[in-house]
Design a protein around this ligand. Structure first.
Ligand code: NAI
Ligand code: SOE
Length: 388
């Protein structure tokens, strides 16, 4: 009979919603499921928030004490979907209690903190995963397949961006994402790390960076609740303000271990851009281009096409492509953010059942933090900085 895995999810905000959806939906797509993730306990900071999350997200129980939940014998896996400052404390306690762990990105507030988490999970021998879900987009996985198969030859260059505009308004609230002690950094850690993860997944290790890191908006209105009000309606600018001590934007050159060159840009201040995760990869036999805002499409150019047919073609992902057999039966019916989390959930549960480490795991999360650290340091020193 299919095994059940009892999940305790810590945090009931934006990612709480996405992960709860994935637990419920994963077996509907990936059937027979490797195991059934059961929504056992959801934890938030107060009993009221925990109860609201329990009812909304379909968990058996709510709690406002993650420490006691982690010690429970009937819990198999801990899902950390809290702001960045609590990832390490919760993950290390969960590892000591012998629980498998999935933790939202960025793994930590820098390489040093991430290493403490990696050491804890490796010592405990539990399964660990960091939730860089964009590499689970079928078109992104297809890009990797083409690269691995040599379809675009030796990789010469990678150009990646993550552009959003939700923080462009100076009267947007001072949420935890603008506070270094909670977030670790700004655009670098919050969204730059997604592109670093994609670059590592598609091209390989980044060895050195040369970066510009800037903060445009020095203060923001204080907000009353701990939730990140990404879409706050009151942007009047009235009321007290507090200092922003993280970056708004970064642009970096990167060198890859395999010899390729590249660039990565990340900003949450790019008016008109929403979830503009893009990459363009050039090889000596072709090119690949991707834009998450058209996430079912992969633009591909093969240099050995006949001269009169040369150019980018659009491949719409579907059943013939990675993860496609489990999703929808016709290409371009439309996948979304939810599907990336459902696939991530499948890979996490599969790894637990097989006793293997999924990718990206805490080691990947740690290496990504080392790249982010190097970018921040290079922004300060205005020099090339080696990673690690
Ligand atoms: P949020 O602010 O919407 O929700 C955080 C939730 O955690 C709130 O319900 C808050 O009350 C709760 N919380 C805070 N401290 C807690 C504690 N000690 N114990 C229990 N509950 C606690 O934040 P959001 O957007 O859900 O972000 C959470 C994490 O997910 C962050 O690390 C963020 O970087 C990551 N994230 C990842 C995304 C992705 O695409 N992979 C998308 C959005 C966020
Ligand atoms: C805000 O920039 C945010 O929610 C990030 O925290 C996520 O990682 C990204 O996927 C969506 O945008």
């Amino acid at each position: 009979m299919t095994r059940t895995l009892n999940i305790a999810m810590i945090g009931g905000g934006f990612m709480g919603k996405a992960h709860a959806l994935a637990y419920a939906a994963m077996p509907m797509f990936f059937w027979p499921a490797p195991a059934i993730p059961h929504r056992k306990v959801v934890v938030d900071v107060t009993a009221e928030l925990a109860e609201a999350a329990r009812r909304r997200y379909g968990f058996d129980e709510g709690s406002h004490d993650w420490k006691s939940v982690i010690e429970r014998k009937d819990i198999d896996a801990i899902d950390i979907v809290t702001p960045n400052d609590s990832h390490a404390e919760i993950a290390i306690a969960a590892a000591k209690a012998g629980k498998h762990i999935i933790c939202e990105k960025p793994l930590a507030r820098g390489g040093e903190e991430a290493k403490t988490m990696l050491d804890a999970v490796e010592k405990a021998g539990v399964t660990h995963m960091v939730a860089f879900n964009y590499r689970r987009t079928p078109a992104v996985a297809l890009a990797r397949k083409y690269i691995e198969e040599g379809r675009i030859g030796t990789i010469l260059s990678f150009r990646g961006t993550y552009l959003q505009d939700w923080s462009a308004d100076p009267n947007g609230p001072l949420s935890w994402r603008f506070q270094k002690k909670i977030a670790g950094s700004g655009a670098v850690g919050d969204i730059g790390t997604h592109v670093i993860d994609l670059a590592r997944y598609l091209i390989g290790e980044i060895t050195a960076v040369n970066s510009i890191v800037k903060t445009y908006i020095a203060s923001r209105p204080l907000q009353s609740s701990g939730f990140d009000q990404l879409a706050a309606s009151d942007k009047s600018g009235k009321g007290p303000r507090g200092p922003v001590d993280v970056d708004d934007e970064m642009l970096t050159l990167v060198k890859f271990a395999g010899g390729a060159t590249g660039s990565i840009e990340a900003t949450r201040n790019a008016y008109g851009r929403n979830n503009f995760i893009t990459f363009e990869i050039h090889g000596d036999k072709g090119s690949i281009a991707f834009n998450y805002e058209r996430m079912d499409e992969l633009e591909v150019m093969f240099a050995d096409d006949p001269g009169d047919a040369r150019g980018f073609r659009t491949v719409y992902t579907g059943p013939a492509h990675p993860y496609g057999g489990a999703l929808w039966p016709i290409p371009a019916l439309g996948t979304g953010y939810g599907e990336t989390k459902i696939i991530e959930c499948f890979d996490f549960v599969s790894a637990i059942v097989k006793g293997e480490q999924p990718s990206p795991n805490f080691r990947d999360g740690w290496i990504t933090e080392l790249v982010a650290d190097a970018i921040l340091k290079s922004g300060e020193t205005q020099t090339w900085v080696a990673v690690g």
